[in-house]
Design a protein around this ligand. Sequence first.
Ligand SMILES: *[C@@H]1O[C@H](CO)[C@@H](O)[C@H](O)[C@H]1NC(C)=O
Length: 142
Amino acid sequence: MAEPKSHLVIFFLISSIFSIRSLTLSSDIIALKAFKYAIKPASIPPNSCLGTWDFSTDPCSVPRVAHFTCGITCSGSRVVQLTLDSQGYSGTLTPFIANLTRLITLDLTENNFYGPIPFSIFFLPNLQNLILRGNPTFCDLP
Ligand SMILES: *[C@@H]1O[C@H](CO)[C@@H](O)[C@H](O)[C@H]1NC(C)=O
């Protein structure tokens, strides 16, 4: 009876691959897109963390081979950490960052974010680490 069993294994393998494809909560994906799109494309080197954020792939799916190779940490279907590399990313921090309601750490160290720090960030219930140092053009708190 080896044959039916192996079919079963293949079935579960395929179904687990498909469930991985839609792992991330859709509102987290939308918020991640908003986060990336608020950063000037010209300031995103192709091999940087943000450069690998390609939304044809599910952000939280592992292993991360070509896409979302860094900058993001998930717990299950939720984004819990955004730690960008220091690439000189230039742009604003979208207020929709607060839609990542499970976010614990936001680290934008040594980049070129400018404009206001969105007030919505202070409503993130789980945020413990907000690291914005080394962004000389970030405005003061509203
Ligand atoms: C963020 O959440 C608000 C409130 O649920 C929703 O109206 C808005 O469309 C969301 N936007 C993004 C970009 O995630």
